[in-house]
Ligand binder design. Sequence first.
Ligand code: AKG
Ligand code: FE2
Length: 310
Amino acid sequence: MAIDRYLLAKELNALRELALKKWAEDPLPVGRAAIERLKTEIDAHDLQQNITELETDGYTILPPGKAAHIDLIERIKQAMLRIMATTRSDVMGASSGLGSTLFHMLPEDPVFEEALMAPAPLTLLSYILGYRAKLSQCTGLIKNSDAPALPLHADHSGKFPAPWSRLSNYSVVTWVLTDYTRENGALCVWPGSHRFSRPVPPDLIMAHDHEEIRVVEVPAGSVIIWHGSLWHGAVPRTAEGQRMALVLPHVRDPIQPQEIFWASTTPEMIERNQSRFCTLMGLTSAGPWMQDGPNPARLAMGPTTGSQFE
Ligand SMILES: O=C(O)CCC(=O)C(=O)O
Ligand SMILES: [Fe+2]
């Protein structure tokens, strides 16, 4: 039996109405105002150095306590372990280098909304993808002692034809939930590789020991954000125990997110968050649409001026 497309459109439009109301209370900035607002937020959260690092290295790290109170880390871990106990978690296969994967966790616990809406990472995200960025995945990665290396890759690979734009279209915010060390299977990056604007060549995919590669050894509670063209992977885990991370990839507004967040958003989730949350869920984008056509709320937001920060 087919999904009732009239009912689906009605439910989606009801959520968009709520989003429009949130926007009326707290409008997101357009054009020149977006640039001014971003400067104010960068100053307020003291992120100038992080912006420089995003430009030069293609990634940056917020130390524990900067993105959120450290107690949030323990609450995220507990929520992930609870979901893990009830969810099929090996869809990517043990050899993928990603570990056990927990997809679409956002509706499972409000703790993920807290991480998503944390102001400092969100400011860096506005810089890298604009104020209309949408959440693309809310995924937990759990790696055991036998986790192999994650091949070097750029997240733009397999999504956008190369050569890539200098702008990022897809950026991951990673919440480090257990210490990242070499033995623990830390993330590793090729600083500056985002400026190559192309995928990792086949002969470098397993070059985790290349002299340009930096292993990102940071304590639990750190938050890492990177440009979609950055070459990165993870070193194999040799230590006992588990490596845990929450990954929040985001996309620019016209790009299709990997997970369907608008369909699992509730009025309660909209109510308890700022207007930005509705945008992150895709509820202020023009599409997707059915018989009702594009979202009028998107038109109410005003035309875009072409600023990369909008
Ligand atoms: O396993 C990791 O730390 C890296 C995961 C990854 O490549 C990503 O989230 O884009
Ligand atoms: Fe990646």
